[in-house]
Design a protein around this ligand. Structure first.
Ligand SMILES: Nc1ncnc2c1ncn2[C@@H]1O[C@H](COP(=O)(O)OP(=O)(O)O)[C@@H](O)[C@H]1O
Ligand SMILES: [Mg+2]
Length: 372
C-alpha cells in the first residue's frame, strides 16, 4: 500500500509591497518540493487580498527584471480555508454555487512577505482554522514585522540594537520639532524606514538633515509609522535559523555576507536585492574571524528566541570594524528562492534547498495546533 501524500497548501502573493517576491519564492518551492512526498495546492493571494486557485507552473511565478510576477483573479475561482467539517480544507467558491471541497489540507506553507502575510494576520487566520503551518505564530510574526517593537523586545533581552527614533503620524503632524530634536541626537548618516515593510521598500539613507523630511514622506508611503535609525558602519552579515526538531534548540546556519559595491549603490536597496546582480555579492560562508561568526550565530539564535519565533527566520546584523555585532532585524519569512540568502546559508551548512523545504514542512507537522 502506498501511503497518502501530505497535502501542502502553498500561499503566496498577498497585499504587501513584496507581492512579487513572494510569488518568486513560490516558484522556487514549486520547483524543488519533493513530489513523491507532498501534494502541493498553490493558492495565490491577489493584491486586494482575495485567495484564488493559482497556477502550479513555476515559470509563471519567476521574477525577471522585465516582469514582476503578479497573482490576478484571471487565474481562477476564489478559495476559502474552512475547518467547519472538523478538519481543515480548502473550498472553492463559485458565484451561485454551493462551496466545493478543493482539498483537505495537512499543512499550510505561507511564503508571504510583509504586512498581511508575515505580520501575524494570516497566522491568526490559520490558528482560527486549526491548521498546521510553517513558520512563526501570531505574536512572533507581529513583533518581527514591526521594527519598533522588534527592537524593544531585543533590547529587553539585553541584545544589542542601535539608537533609533520612532515617528508616528501624530508626532509628525503635532510634534515635528520634538522629532527633529531627537533626530539631531543621532549620528549621520541616518536610515529612514517604514516600521513595517521589507525588501528595503521606502528605505532612504540620509546624509544631510535637509533631506530628512523627504525621506520621512517616502517611508510614510509604505507605513504611517516610520523609524529613523543611526547608521551603523559595518559589514552586513546574515544568519539563518531553523527551529529544532522534537523540542531541541533552534539551529543556526553558517553566517553569510552581503557585499555591496558602494561605488554603484548607496546601500542594499530593492534593486540591489532583486533586480541588479552587478553591485551585490552574497558570500556564504562569510569570511569572518571564528570568534565573530560564533557571536553572530549565538546572537541569531538569541534573537529568534527573544521574539518567540518558530520554524524559520533570518537574522541580519552589522559587524563593525571593531568586531562588534549589532542586530539590524529578524525576518520571520525571509526571501526563500533558491538563490536567496537563507537557502544559500543552509546549503553552505550542508542542507540543500529541497531538504530545507522538507525540514520546514516536517517542523510544521510535528508542532501542535493551538497554544504552544
Ligand atoms: N541603521 C542602519 N545602518 C546602516 N545601514 C542600514 C541601517 N538600516 C538599514 N540599513 C541599510 O538598508 C537596508 C534595508 O534596511 P532594513 O532595515 O534591513 O529594511 P528591510 O526590512 O526593508 O530589509 C539594510 O540592508 C542596510 O543596507
Ligand atoms: Mg533587511
Amino acid at each position: 500500500m502506498t501511503q497518502a501524500k501530505i497535502r501542502v497548501a502553498l500561499l503566496f502573493g498577498g497585499r504587501s509591497g513584496e507581492h512579487a517576491i513572494s510569488a518568486a519564492t513560490a516558484a522556487g518551492v514549486l520547483r524543488a518540493i519533493d513530489r513523491d512526498k507532498y501534494d502541493v495546492i498553490p493558492v495565490g493571494i491577489t493584491r486586494e487580498g482575495r485567495w484564488v486557485v493559482a497556477s502550479g507552473d513555476p515559470a509563471r511565478w519567476e521574477l525577471r527584471p522585465d516582469r514582476l510576477p503578479e497573482v490576478t483573479e484571471e487565474a481562477g475561482a476564489e478559495v476559502m480555508l474552512s475547518s467547519s467539517s472538523g478538519s481543515p480544507q480548502l473550498q472553492v467558491l463559485e458565484p451561485g454555487a454551493v462551496p466545493a471541497v478543493l482539498a483537505q489540507v495537512d499543512v499550510v506553507f505561507p511564503v508571504l512577505h510583509g504586512p498581511f502575510g508575515e505580520d501575524g494576520t494570516v497566522q491568526g487566520l490559520l490558528e482560527l482554522a486549526d491548521v498546521r503551518y510553517v513558520g512563526s505564530g501570531v505574536l512572533a510574526s507581529a513583533v518581527g514585522m514591526d521594527k519598533q517593537y522588534m527592537k524593544l523586545v531585543f533590547a529587553a533581552h539585553g541584545l544589542p540594537v542601535g539608537p533609533f527614533v520612532v515617528v508616528t503620524p501624530r508626532d509628525w503632524a503635532q510634534r515635528r520639532d520634538d522629532v527633529l530634536t531627537k533626530v539631531v541626537g543621532l549620528r549621520l548618516p541616518v536610515f529612514v524606514k517604514p516600521a513595517r515593510a521589507g525588501s528595503s521598500l521606502g528605505v532612504t539613507r540620509v546624509d544631510d538633515l535637509a533631506d530628512l523630511e523627504r525621506a520621512i514622506t517616502a517611508a510614510q508611503r509604505h507605513d504611517p509609522k516610520v523609524l529613523v535609525e543611526e547608521g551603523i558602519e559595518g559589514r552586513e552579515i546574515e544568519c539563518g535559523v531553523l527551529g529544532g526538531r522534537g523540542g531541541a534548540a533552534p539551529r543556526a546556519s553558517v553566517a553569510g555576507e552581503i557585499v555591496v559595491d558602494h561605488a554603484a549603490r548607496d546601500f542594499y536597496d530593492f534593486e540591489a536585492k532583486y533586480l541588479d546582480d552587478g553591485p551585490v555579492r552574497l558570500e556564504t560562508p562569510a569570511d569572518l574571524p571564528a570568534g565573530v561568526s560564533e557571536r553572530v550565530r549565538e546572537l541569531a539564535v538569541a534573537a529568534f528566541e527573544a521574539v518567540g519565533a518558530e520554524g524559520i527566520a533570518r537574522v541580519d546584523v552589522f559587524v563593525t570594524p571593531q568586531g562588534e555585532v549589532v542586530l539590524n532585524e529578524i525576518n520571520t519569512m525571509p526571501g526563500f528562492t533558491p538563490i536567496s540568502m537563507y537557502p544559500r546559508m543552509w546549503q553552505a551548512s550542508g542542507l540543500a534547498y529541497p531538504d530545507l523545504i522538507d525540514e520546514l514542512v516536517q517542523l510544521a507537522l510535528e508542532r501542535p495546533t493551538g497554544l504552544r
